[in-house]
Design a protein around this ligand. Structure first.
Ligand SMILES: [Zn+2]
Length: 156
């Protein structure tokens, strides 16, 4: 999934979870969710976040490869632990970062390439249903649908 799609998917995931629990987040928590949704691709130097932090991105790419450690359940747990231990942000903002990160893994899990959920095992797994090709028509259709849903929820 491309960066704009990850952001939309992250925002939609965060909005969906907030709506489900009847939680009214601060508007800027959505920015946290959007940033969190981009972070796993730090392992790709040409990704949106990789270009912002090139030194760390090149290190992650050389050490783990793209869609390696940062796309695993272990990374999710470590990221959440670090965020909740060190973040000086409000609890809701920290949770938004984490949900954004998790949404990225979930979205890539549905791509044809899959993700190494059980890293360091190098086996990539993917969803048996709703699989899309990165930067393909399925991704665009999903993203457009989510934009429509978000627009409806935020306007009405
Ligand atoms: Zn990714």
């Amino acid at each position: 999934m491309m960066a704009p799609s990850h952001v939309i998917f992250g925002l939609a995931t965060y909005q969906g979870i907030c709506s489900f629990y009847g939680y009214q987040p601060e508007w800027w928590y959505f920015i946290c969710a959007g940033i969190g949704s981009l972070l796993p691709d730090i392992d790709h130097p040409k990704s949106q976040v990789g270009r912002m932090i090139p030194t760390l991105s090149k290190f992650m790419a050389q050490t783990f490869g793209h869609r390696g450690f940062t796309h695993s359940l272990m990374a999710v747990v470590i990221f959440m632990w670090i965020m909740f231990q060190t973040s000086s942000l409000a609890l809701g903002a920290t949770a938004a970062f984490c949900l954004g990160y998790l949404s990225h893994i979930w979205a890539d899990f549905h791509s044809k390439s899959g993700v190494p959920l059980l890293w360091p095992a190098r086996i990539k797994v993917r969803s048996p249903i709703l699989v899309y090709t990165t930067n393909g028509p399925g991704e665009y259709l999903l993203t457009l649908g989510l934009i429509g849903i978000l627009a409806y929820v935020w306007v009405y």
